[in-house]
Design a protein around this ligand. Structure first.
Ligand SMILES: Cc1cc2nc3c(=O)[nH]c(=O)nc-3n(C[C@H](O)[C@H](O)[C@H](O)COP(=O)(O)OP(=O)(O)OC[C@H]3O[C@@H](n4cnc5c(N)ncnc54)[C@H](O)[C@@H]3O)c2cc1C
Length: 284
């Protein structure tokens, strides 16, 4: 799975599928269910840490196969495997505003819905009108935004066992040039603050109430800490980067060390934002 994640970490999956259409994705869910095989759905793999032991069962990846994107008035219909960057561009080209703050988030629409991804106060959940999902019963359901219970970096997709097939975003009308400009500004800011050139999974910890995880990790002296091939980034302490040959165990050791220090020194429980997938992580 290292080849399918932005961290470049993780053992093999028993079965790896890349459906090319929504119908193929639904067929995969049904077939895997009939075979009683454990399954995990992934997008671009930019928010996951896959176990060194790999994934027992199947990984079904919506990227790059589920690639439909259609703009209609102020609505954009986006398939699960479409990268957010493409949505940002298409929206800007159509003079639609709302996605700008999310320029530079490297994942797919499906992964973004699962995590309620966002930046600078905007989340994808604010823009979603409805989604088509396939449920554990192998049937396609149409759900409204309020049925997905979006919260801070959370939704109920995991709890419901819903896999996103596509979603409709409702955007505001704007000026193409200004939307592009704003998105470009967000991208520049991101490049200045984050270690975007190194393999990572983005923010490792969720923001604790009223504070920033990066500030706490830095304060407890963990910035720059290294275990094996993994390092707490010297550029942004809420990023762990793979500096070469990192294993999931290396990353996990750093996560635990930062959590231990944060709790001992400040009584703060840092909660991982990154999703743990595979053998030994208790899911997947
Ligand atoms: C450099 C960098 C910067 C980042 N910056 C941000 C940021 O500013 N804000 C932010 O929120 N995130 C950020 N991220 C994290 C990540 O890009 C987002 O969370 C993104 O939305 C994840 O999408 P993905 O396709 O990569 O999901 P994956 O990593 O493939 O999956 C993440 C989770 O979503 C689930 N999932 C994936 N697809 C589906 C689907 N179709 N249906 C149901 N569940 C699904 C998976 O099972 C998994 O649990 C960053 C990551 C990196 C590497």
């Amino acid at each position: 799975m290292a080849a399918h994640t932005s961290f470049g970490v993780g053992g093999a999956a028993e079965l790896y599928l890349e459906p090319r259409t929504a119908a193929a994705m639904v067929a995969a869910v049904r077939a895997l269910r009939a075979a009683d095989m454990a399954t995990v759905v992934l997008g671009r793999g930019t928010n996951v840490l896959v176990s060194d032991l790999g994934v027992k069962g199947a990984v079904v990846c919506s990227y790059p196969g589920l690639s439909r994107l259609e703009v209609s008035g102020s609505r954009v219909v986006v398939a699960a495997g479409v990268l957010l960057g493409r949505v940002c561009h298409a929206a800007a080209d159509a003079g639609l505003s709302g996605m700008e703050a999310m320029a530079g988030i490297p994942g797919t629409l499906g992964g973004a819905l699962f995590m309620n991804a966002g930046a600078n106060g905007t989340t994808i959940g604010d823009l979603v009108e409805a989604a088509a999902v396939v449920g554990p019963d192998g049937e396609t359901h149409h759900v409204r935004a309020d049925e997905m219970a979006f919260g801070y970096r959370s939704s109920n997709l995991c709890e419901k066992g819903w896999w996103v097939i596509e979603a409709t975003l409702s955007l505001a009308s704007g000026c193409t040039e200004k939307v592009h400009e704003k998105a470009y500004g967000a991208l520049q800011q991101r490049c200045a603050k984050q270690p975007v050139a190194s393999p990572s999974a983005g923010s490792i910890f969720k923001r604790p109430p009223g504070d920033y995880a990066g500030r706490i990790v830095e304060e407890v002296g963990a910035k720059g800490l290294r275990v094996g091939g993994a390092e707490i980034s010297g550029k942004h302490a809420n990023f762990i980067v793979n500096v070469g040959g990192a294993t999931a165990a290396d990353v996990l050791a750093l996560i635990h060390e930062a959590q231990r220090r944060a709790y001992e020194q400040f009584g703060v429980k840092l909660e991982p934002e990154v999703c743990m997938v595979g053998e030994g992580f208790g899911e997947g």
